[in-house]
Design a protein around this ligand. Structure first.
Ligand code: ZN
Length: 129
């Protein structure tokens, strides 16, 4: 089992460094999110054990932005926001890193997709009425 604190942020010490790292980190985040979007990982992230340390006990997670929301409504609002839509666009435009593409190319006749379809995750908890 993976340590669940691994993706937690919020160390105040790291704040001054955060700015310098931002450019690099952004690409890194996208790579990581592509990994998170794999069905196995996605299922795991969307069905986490309730964690009282996380917003909304980690029950409302946007895969594409790697963000937790306090409740379903906040997450729905987020799905409609520019931030989220921009992220979907980024993700669909940068499906793989160069490194991954090269490794895949070395594995045979694999043809990397130019563009992948990235959609907002379905809301399974949608309530009627
Ligand atoms: Zn999002």
């Amino acid at each position: 089992m993976a340590p669940r604190s691994s993706r937690q942020t919020g160390s105040h010490k790291a704040r001054s460094l955060a700015r310098q790292w931002k450019a690099k980190r952004r690409r890194r985040d996208l790579d990581q999110i592509h990994g998170d979007l794999q069905p196995d990982n996605a299922a795991r992230l969307l069905h986490q054990e309730p964690d009282p340390d996380m917003p909304g006990s980690a029950q409302h997670y946007c895969l594409h932005c790697a963000r937790y929301f306090v409740d379903l409504n906040s997450m729905k609002e987020h799905f409609k926001s520019k931030v989220h839509k921009r992220r979907l666009k980024q993700l669909s435009e940068e499906p793989y890193t160069q490194e991954e593409a090269e490794r895949a190319a070395g594995m045979g006749s694999y043809i990397p997709p130019k563009k992948i379809e990235v959609q907002t995750q379905p809301l399974e908890m949608e309530e009627s009425g």
